[in-house]
Design a protein around this ligand. Sequence first.
Ligand code: GDP
Ligand code: MG
Length: 163
Amino acid sequence: MSLTLAIVGRPNVGKSTLFNRLVGKRLALVDDQPGVTRDLREGEGRLGDLRFTVIDTAGLEDATDDSLQGRMRRLTERAVDMADVCLFMIDARVGLTPTDEMFAEILRKRSKHVILAANKAEGNAADAGVLEAYNLGLGEPVRLSGEHGEGMTDLYAQLMPLA
Ligand code: GDP
Ligand code: MG
C-alpha cells in the first residue's frame, strides 16, 4: 500500500519546487481527464527510505482572475480527495493571506490528514510567517525550504508514521 501525498496551496508558495525535489525525474503520469492534463502532476516521491505518490496541483497559475478562486478550489478538492495526506504549503516570507485561509477551510472540511508546511523558511526573514501559520488551526507548521532542501528531516518525521 503506497501513501499518496498531495501538495496544495495557492500559486507561488513553492509547491512545484518541492514536488521536483521529492520526485526528481521520476515523473510518472499526468491526469488523464480532458482539459486538465497539466493541472495535476503525479510522480513517485522519495524521502530517505520512504516511497510514496506525490500529486502537485499545477495549472493554478493559468486561470484568469475571474475563475481563479473557483478553479483553485475545484482542483484542490480533487487533489485532496485523491490523497491520503495533504501537505498544505504557505509562503512564510509573505505570511498568511485570505487565499491561504480559503485553502485551510477546504482542508479542515475535507482532508484526512494535513501536514502544514511553512515554506521559504530559510533564514530568519521567515520567522514571523512561521509563527502566523499556527493561527490556521492545522497544528504545528513544518519549517521548510523546498528550494534549499531545508526541513526535509522534519517532513520525513511527519510522513514516516503515515507511510
Ligand atoms: P508553486 O506555484 O506553488 O508551484 O511555486 P513554485 O515552486 O513554482 O515556486 C514559486 C517561486 O518561489 C519560484 O520563484 C521559486 O524559485 C520560489 N521558491 C520555491 N521554494 C522556495 C524556497 O524554499 N525559498 C525561496 N526563497 N524561494 C522559493
Ligand atoms: Mg506549481
